[in-house]
Design a protein around this ligand. Structure first.
Ligand code: TYM
Length: 335
């Protein structure tokens, strides 16, 4: 890693296809940041184990996520798969000792996800991994001495926890060792579900709640067409219409955005026209990515080799950090 540039780290769970929220809230930004920063991006398969899953499916999903990230424009040399860098889980254990139980109980994502599971099945199994995973996330970040972490809004609380863990570690061991990572948000930090615009776009809500950026054109158009616009708010712009305007801007349709916004303000806006523009914008945004994905799929074997090599290279930084941390905390280093 070159010394002058700041370190950027971010990760994504391999739980299926990249959706519009992931792309606009995080991945698009990751691509652009590669020019001016030391960027490291992870496909975090250990994180995807805390909900029910099938072993073979997870392995396939990890590779699929690699191919999709590369189709979006992430360079192979910046990309690793978490299980190829086992030092993350070892650091996670060390860091768990400077993270309190109380801090973890305050994590809203744990509350949301466990409640969601209980709603569909009151006897649902809530793993301790789901509760504990923000510590692994802190390890993912701190092991690369990340200065900045480009994420969507839903990850800001986990970032705060990572900073607290870093500060407590530094204080407890009397050494300014870990950086204090800051979140890096975009204007699209919270894209909402088209089917329920009061909820964040997310895979865990079910198929109709997320737009797969690798989905076919007809499906994208259909999803936009059936987007909820009137969500019952009595005044101002509804959550659904606000979300559609956000998407229009995110697709670089500034002119259409301003024109339709004027119509909204004068009370003449036709939702069908707004939806038509959003659908065109999304299709334009997603088509080249989907085409690149097809090219990448034709070259899977070579790309897998590249990612194994880049993971091994990235692992060297993780190994160095873990060695230093073990020296600091009084744990033996093998050999
Ligand atoms: P994950 O896999 O759920 O999401 C990956 C990224 O997509 C962002 N995102 C969104 N942004 C805007 N609007 C949305 N509707 C939306 N949905 C998702 C997320 O904020 C995230 O940036 N715990 C993390 C993965 C992780 C991680 C890390 C992230 C593990 N270790 C270290 C950063 C640093 C997660 O589950 O993200």
């Amino acid at each position: 890693m070159s010394q002058e540039k700041k370190n950027i780290l971010s990760c994504i769970q391999p739980t299926g296809d990249i959706h519009l929220g992931n792309y606009l809230g995080a991945v698009q930004n990751w691509v652009n940041l590669q020019e001016n920063y030391n960027c490291t991006y992870g496909v975090v398969d250990y994180h995807a184990m805390n909900m029910l899953y099938k072993a073979d499916q997870l392995r396939q999903n990890s590779w699929k996520m690699v191919f999709q990230l590369m189709a979006c424009g992430i360079k192979a040399e910046n990309l690793f798969i978490q299980s190829l860098v086992p030092e993350h889980s070892e650091l996670c254990w060390i860091l768990s000792n400077v993270c309190s139980f109380g801090e973890l109980t305050r994590m809203t994502q744990f509350k949301d996800k466990s409640e969601q599971k209980k709603e569909s099945d009151k006897d649902a199994f809530i793993s301790s991994g789901l509760f504990f995973y923000p510590v692994l996330q802190a390890a993912d970040i701190l092991i690369y001495h990340a200065d900045l972490v480009p994420v969507g809004k839903d990850q800001v609380q986990h970032l705060e926890l990572s900073r607290n863990i870093a500060q407590r570690f530094n204080h407890q061991y009397g050494k300014e060792y870990f950086t204090h990572p800051e979140p890096l948000l975009t204007v699209n930090a919270k894209i909402m579900s088209l089917a329920d615009p009061n909820k964040k776009m997310s895979k865990s809500l079910g198929e109709k709640h997320y737009v797969n950026i690798f989905g076919d054109e007809n499906r994208i158009r259909k999803q936009v067409k059936s987007a909820v616009t009137d969500t019952g708010e009595s005044e101002g712009m509804s959550a659904g219409v606000t979300n559609l305007f956000t998407l229009l801007k995110a697709c670089n349709k500034q002119e259409a955005h301003d024109h339709l916004m004027e119509q909204f303000e004068s009370g003449t806006l036709k939702y069908s026209e707004l939806k038509g523009e959003v659908a065109d914008g999304l299709v334009e945004l997603c088509t080249p990515i989907r085409e690149r994905y097809q090219e990448i799929l034709a070259d899977k074997k070579q790309i897998k080799g590249q990612i194994k090599a880049s993971s091994a290279e990235i692992r060297k930084t993780a190994q160095k950090t873990l060695r230093e941390v073990k020296d600091i905390v009084g744990i033996l280093n093998p050999r």
